[in-house]
Design a protein around this ligand. Structure first.
Ligand code: IFM
Length: 449
């Protein structure tokens, strides 16, 4: 690996998720998800956008796979819609399974390696009924195991890599504390209960999957760990940053890799939760071995003790400003944060790592048939340089997946913020590869920058 090249076999990929691209929410026997309900609630998504049609990928998947071939993509990270495969969260819908079987076969025929995420936030609505439903329910981990086993048995012979959860931080803290995501609950204490049940679902699913997957299967989780920086070296800011690290990162890392929730985490959350949801044996079930780790990164977070945008799930830490350039999402552009985070994760887990998401959100349009997204090229270039630097310093990074292949439904931001390498005209579903797509294809051909 020289200054600009990546090792042979480094995997170049793109990522998407089901609710953000598929559309066809009432076709093929699919049942409603919590995101259907949430996005149809007036005022919660910009412009009241929904994923009803999205990129119509459910009908256009062949065209989208061909786009990946044109770009030279080696691996495609997609997620399965639980409500398509089990419309009520429990009963198998063969038509839904068939869709994913065709998708996976289509990938393999084109020489693209599937990386399948089981849960990217679209929980079947019928599993979220009442005040204590959804991820607040102790029943959910077992429902998730049943679902994981259906996919493991159906597709495990042809999908070499399976990720259990995408960004459980978002499911727990944005779904249950800040309310920005489905199901839109707003109580800090609920977020900890949800996070624990997500962890338990992950651990139990990994154990169950091992029994049905081939021994070569690569099982992982994808975390959006915060690269937390203290707002200053004032003791109160340092403590606030440690607190944020505990609730955002170690809430997941400790039980998955550290032998259980740490005393520090328990102390730090006293007053926010009584941990009554934790039962003897849970931590052992969560801390099962993984083959690799997915890391999603967009920006570091500066955290302080002063006033500012509150940090979800805590009364004590606040997001502080990071000076310098920002994306239209308001997210600071600091590529060195990715190097630091990769090295930390390498130290903490020792696992092979994939950067399973990284990319830039922008507001852009096709002009004379072209999207000149030089800002995205700059962003991707600088972050790939940061990955390269982490590898030079010893991090075992095996692949990089741009978020995202297509412009898509960006959750509470709707369709206005575009992350795709490929522009989607949502009026006629026309796909136009942006300048960044051509740039990425070139990077892939050269296996380097
Ligand atoms: O679009 C999301 C994705 O679903 C999860 N990670 C962050 C992306 C950009 O916000």
């Amino acid at each position: 690996m020289n200054e600009e090249s990546f090792p042979e076999g480094f995997v170049w990929g793109v990522a998407t998720s089901a609710y953000q691209i598929e559309g066809a929410v009432a076709e093929g026997g699919r049942g409603p998800s919590i995101w259907d309900t949430f996005s149809h609630t007036p005022g919660v998504v910009d412009n009241d956008d929904t994923g009803d049609v999205a990129c119509d990928h459910y009908h256009r998947w062949r065209e989208d796979l061909d786009l990946m071939v044109d770009l030279g993509i080696a691996s495609y990270r997609f997620s399965v819609a639980w409500p398509r495969v089990m419309p009520d969260g429990r009963t198998v819908n063969q038509e839904g399974l068939d869709f994913y079987r065709r998708l996976v076969d289509g990938l393999l025929e084109r020489g693209i390696r599937p990386l399948m995420t089981l849960y990217h936030w679209d929980l079947p609505q019928s599993l979220d009924v009442g005040e204590a439903g959804g991820w607040l329910s102790r029943d959910l981990p077992d429902r998730f195991v049943d679902y994981a086993l259906v996919l493991g048995k159906e597709l495990g012979d042809r999908v070499p890599a399976i990720t259990t959860l995408n960004e459980p931080w978002c499911s727990a803290y944005l779904g249950y504390a800040s309310g920005e995501h489905a199901p839109g609950r707003t109580e800090d204490a609920l977020a900890y209960r949800a996070a624990h049940h997500l962890n338990l679902a992950h651990g139990r699913a990994v154990t169950a999957l091992r029994d049905v997957l081939p021994p070569t299967a690569d099982v992982s989780v994808a975390l959006n760990l915060l690269q937390v920086q203290a707002a200053s070296d004032r003791p109160e800011d340092v403590v606030a940053a440690q607190h944020a690290d505990l609730i955002a990162n170690r809430m997941f890392l400790d039980p998955m890799f550290g032998g259980g929730y740490s005393d520090e985490l328990r102390t730090s959350t006293a007053g926010l939760t009584d941990w009554s949801f934790l039962r003897p044996g849970d931590e052992a079930e969560i801390g099962v071995g993984l083959d690799s780790l997915g890391l999603n990164f967009y920006n570091p977070s500066r955290v302080g003790a002063g006033p500012g945008a509150p940090f979800p799930g805590t009364h004590r830490a606040f997001f502080a400003d990071i000076p310098g350039p920002r994306t239209v999402m308001g997210w600071p552009i600091v590529p060195s944060g990715l190097t630091d985070l990769l090295l930390r994760v390498h130290r903490d887990t020792g696992l092979p790592i994939r950067v399973t998401e990284n990319g830039l959100g922008a507001q852009e349009a096709v002009e004379d048939g072209v999207v000149h997204d030089t800002d995205r090229i700059d962003y991707l270039h600088s972050h790939l340089t940061a990955v390269h630097e982490a590898m030079r310093q010893g991090a075992d990074v095996r692949g990089y997946y741009v978020w995202s292949l297509l412009d898509n439904f960006e959750w509470a931001w709707g369709y206005d913020k575009r992350f795709g390498l490929v522009h989607v005209d949502f009026a006629d579903q026309r796909r136009t590869p942006k300048a960044s797509a051509h740039w990425y294809a070139d990077v892939i051909t050269r296996n380097g920058l």
